[in-house]
Design a protein around this ligand. Structure first.
Ligand SMILES: Cc1cc2nc3c(=O)[nH]c(=O)nc-3n(C[C@H](O)[C@H](O)[C@H](O)COP(=O)(O)O)c2cc1C
Length: 201
């Protein structure tokens, strides 16, 4: 990125998101780390797919009974880290870090995200229970195949399916490349707008 392009970075971070993140219709969903806090204030983290994103925030989906859901219900402050690593030969990489509050996503969005998941992940949402995990592997394979046979026409989301939207309060865009030091542009929400500043990489 040239100096001019850097100075011309938009006041509205959404314009950068459009340039960096795949469209929601793209089946290749970005992988992100979702960091949460438990009741004692200890950090926790795991990889999740970024199901969708829009002006309102970043959406991820999971099982209502999971540890992360208990955590965000009691402490909704979360951080997301999304590495967007370019083709190594091009040498340019990006990283997006988001901090904000998680809230339950609209039901329509949750259903849309389920419908967009490939068949394996749709089935996983039905069978991803502690009881299933504890079965011997041969039995897990048998029950998986049986479930698939019994539902040839596709699935709808189980009751345990839930989605969250993270409304960003802070967005940090990391620019990396081989020609000089990496650096970041931070956007912090202030009222209806954003305040931005350059940070070292
Ligand atoms: C590549 C990858 C993608 C994943 N995507 C999701 C996802 O979108 N939703 C989900 O609930 N778990 C996903 N997982 C599993 C989570 O990392 C995690 O193990 C699980 O959700 C339980 O997390 P928790 O105990 O912190 O609630 C993914 C794991 C990997 C390795």
């Amino acid at each position: 990125m040239s100096a001019d392009e850097w100075e011309a970075l938009p006041d509205d971070p959404f314009e950068l998101l459009v340039a960096w993140l795949p469209h929601n219709d793209d089946p290749a969903r970005p992988l992100m780390t979702v960091a949460t806090l438990d009741d004692s204030g200890a950090p926790d983290a795991r990889s999740l797919l970024l199901s969708e994103w829009d002006r309102e925030g970043f959406y991820w989906h999971t099982d209502e009974r999971s540890r992360k859901v208990a955590q965000v219900r009691s402490r909704p402050e979360v951080a997301l880290c999304i590495p967007l690593l370019g083709v190594p030969s091009a040498g340019v990489s990006h990283q997006l870090v988001v901090a904000g509050r998680a809230e339950v996503a609209p039901v329509q969005e949750q259903q849309r995200a389920y419908a967009a998941r490939p068949p394996y992940l749709q089935q996983l949402a039905w069978q991803n229970t502690p009881e299933f995990a504890a079965l011997p592997q041969h039995e897990r394979i048998r029950q998986w195949e049986e479930f698939a046979r019994e539902h040839p026409g596709g699935l709808t989301a189980p009751d345990s399916w839930i989605g969250f939207r993270v409304r960003p309060a802070r967005l940090v865009f990391w620019f990396g490349g081989p020609l000089t030091a990496s650096r970041r542009m931070e956007y912090v929400r202030e009222g209806d707008g954003w305040v931005r500043r350059i940070l070292a990489g």
